[in-house]
Write a protein that binds this ligand. Sequence first.
Ligand code: ARG
Length: 591
Amino acid sequence: MKKILELITDELKTAFAAGGYDAAYAKAVLSNRPDLCEYQCNGAMAAAKAYHKKPIEIAQAAVAELEGKPMFEEVKAVMPGFINIKIAKEFLAEYMNQMQEDACLGYEKAETPKTIIVDYGGANVAKPLHIGHLRSAIIGETVKRLARFVGHKAIGDVHLGDWGLQMGLIITELQERQPELPYFDPNFEGEYPKEAPFTIGELEEIYPAASAKSKVDETFRERAQEATLKLQSGYAPYRAIWKHIMHVSLADLKKNYSNLHVEFDLWKGESDAQPYIPDMIQDLVDKGLAYESEGALVVDIAEPSDTKELPPCIVRKSDGAALYATSDLATIVEREKDFAPDMYIYLADKRQDLHFTQVFRVAKKAGIVKPDADMRFLGFGTMNGKDGKPFKTREGGVMRLETLTRDITDAVYNRIMENRTIDEDEARQTAEIVGLSALKYGDLSNQAAKDYIFDMERFISFEGNTGPYILYTIVRIKSILAKYHSQKEQQTAVEDAKILPAAGDSEKALMLSLANFSEMIDNSFAELAPHKICQYIYELSNVTNKFYHETKIIGEEDKARQASYIQLISLTKNVLLQCIDILGFEAPERM
Ligand code: ARG
């Protein structure tokens, strides 16, 4: 189904051509003066320069062609040369009916589906999942779901940090605490235990302790570095410990991500890329791209068009160790082999911008990816507390994700119980659903690159630009639909009922908002901007609620009119549900 802007543009093109002007100037956009019109065309201004005429003359010529067309209620040429458009109610209602009948709500899927790797999550194994990783998970999940809705094959990879110094730190600390373990006996020849020598709780305590120790105790740090190198070169006892660490951590990570409704297709990590490193480095050397500099191996990535000087990408340190960039490059080698993606989308803190610029440029220079591969870094800002500093616990520590979600759920639960319309069990379940919406929407409604302030009171509010407000709107529609359907005899009437031309302004405003759905999806995918979906459903919820307040739906006596209202709000519900599904949360039955 064509977008409404395309349909209007088609008419404008015919009109421009008929008036003797290039149709390329004809383009409909949403009105930026909703008080005057619904859509507008600014093409006469640009055409005026090319044809050496006054813009208003060109606009008037086009309007003369458009007048009387059934698509429009009103077309006007206004100074200096705008074409202001109001769409006909009959046309709009028909557009609604087509959206209603279409499984994708009128959205036309991409003609050539792309394979897209979405690299998000990025948790570091054995370190607790903290809110630093929350944004990556929330935004990445949405980007992945959006790409799928658009029609692409999106593959989500958690890309764990599972190969760094933290592993050596844990091994060394473990050796201090339990030297009797067989992993530390060089003469041990039997089979290593199947059970891990620690629980997740212990592991979470071991890592910070070891990390703190390494900062004050130099020999400890050196031992940890040695242990890391030994692990990386395949030393069997340490590999065995590493497997335990992975096993115990993964179970916990999976639980955490699943509570957030974040689902990965691939549970790969930096360790999976290691086998590809030697050949890749050799290739960089053979191609003359990598050269020695102060003992390290580096690749230049600067380009003449750069506005600031970009340092070369280090692919091997002087001690022979691989780096973050090396591992990301090797991961691309692996992904090319497994999926040959058309597009890569990476999510990480925006301070990693240089890192990804370096990685993308080396990947292209070295031909690891196709020269036209679309590689994007979606860098996000920090989640701050009300003091404007990175979010901390009351005690000043790093807030754990579990604690955060629990706090939100509790706050929502208390709010729901204030109204006391549902029992405690249902309130608990509802609080979880609503709490997740508060958390995710609070994050996603901000432009990703910006820092934002985590304001629990505001995020859980049922009013304003919040997740709970959107859910509240959906629940309200659900309850009207339930009421309508419970009046049995009407059920048959609504089955084939059509949406009728809007009876009033607020109904038309609702239809116009619904008609923008496809356009909004395309824009937010093109810009990888989930906040545009939030903006859209906030506006859609506002017009829905206005319509609801101004319209008697259940009390309407004209049954055809009533059935039309019912169809319209159920279309609205479907659009809202589709959008929140992309945003990664759900709506409860009641709240
Ligand atoms: N583990 C990294 C971190 O905690 C994020 C990984 C992002 N993805 C990537 N392919 N580098 O900062």
